[in-house]
Write a protein that binds this ligand. Structure first.
Ligand code: NAI
Length: 246
């Protein structure tokens, strides 16, 4: 039910045809936001957009012009952009190392965020500021032996967000990341045995969306919020490396 929390906002969510992205798009729309649903799976993306009264834009986040088109759609259809959720992501899958799968994961999870930020900045600047939330993962904060490539891309997103955020903060643009543990979506289907062996409880998607809203309403800049079952989301307290002089 619409509660008006986002009634003056326009949002863009990538990877919004399914899982966490679809749930975030729905929550924003429930709050009154006008939402651009961006995904490379058209049928499901169109269904989500129709359901929430938003607009679907075909977007493969690996392609810079697709991300630009998604941001331009927000401006053309809704008059601007306030919130960008760079959420599209994939796991590696398969056995052993494969260069094509490696490139696909890096291109989706890292390039998608890098291109996404560049694509949305002009529209956010035109509004005098806004918020970008990149979907990283707990997998970016710890070793991930069951999918090292995935872990590497999420760690890269964490550091990119921390490094880039100060560059745009002066323009009123807040860039932060969310790092959830395992959440109940199809992306974990290949890992259910591992998750069971680790004894890690699985988040509900609604828990991730709740944490997303906490990040959205926080005042932090370049923060990476960790989220696990039963623990409130909180920014990771990164230690500073020892300086050259010891
Ligand atoms: P999902 O598989 O349910 O949804 C991913 C969405 O991204 C799908 O709609 C898919 O079509 C879209 N997508 C994939 N590649 C794309 C591309 N190149 N261009 C545009 N869209 C693309 O997975 P889920 O769980 O909702 O994942 C969303 C994000 O959350 C991902 O970045 C994932 O890494 C992250 N995440 C997920 C966790 C989980 O356990 N479910 C935990 C931590 C982070």
């Amino acid at each position: 039910m619409e509660n008006g929390k986002y009634s003056d906002k326009v949002a863009l969510v990538t990877g919004a045809a399914n899982g966490i992205g679809a749930a975030i798009a729905r929550r924003l729309a429930d709050g009154g936001a006008q939402v651009v649903v961006a995904d490379f799976v058209a049928e499901r993306g169109e269904a989500v957009a129709e359901d929430i009264g938003g607009v679907f834009v075909p977007c493969d986040v690996r392609i810079p012009s697709d991300s630009r088109m998604a941001a331009q759609t927000a401006v053309a259809r809704f008059g601007g952009l306030d919130i960008a959720v760079l959420n599209a992501g994939v796991v590696t899958g398969g056995d052993g190392f494969d260069a094509d799968r490696y490139r696909r994961v890096v291109a989706t999870n890292l390039d998608g965020v890098v291109y996404g930020i560049e694509a949305v900045l002009p529209a956010l600047r035109a509004r005098g500021g806004g918020s970008i939330v990149a979907m990283a993962s707990l997998a970016g904060l710890m070793p991930v032996p069951f999918d090292p490539v995935y872990g590497a891309t999420k760690a890269a997103v964490v550091n990119y967000v921390r490094s880039y955020a100060p560059l745009v903060a002066g323009e009123g643009i807040r860039l932060n990341a969310l790092c959830p543990g395992f959440a109940e979506t199809p992306i974990i289907d290949g890992f259910r045995g591992v998750i069971h062996d680790l004894g890690m409880p699985i988040l509900e998607v609604s828990d991730v969306v709740d944490a997303f809203e906490v990040v959205l309403h926080s005042t932090g800049i370049g923060e990476c919020w960790q989220l696990q079952v039963g623990v409130p989301a909180e920014p990771v307290a990164f230690g500073a490396p020892r300086s050259a002089g010891g």
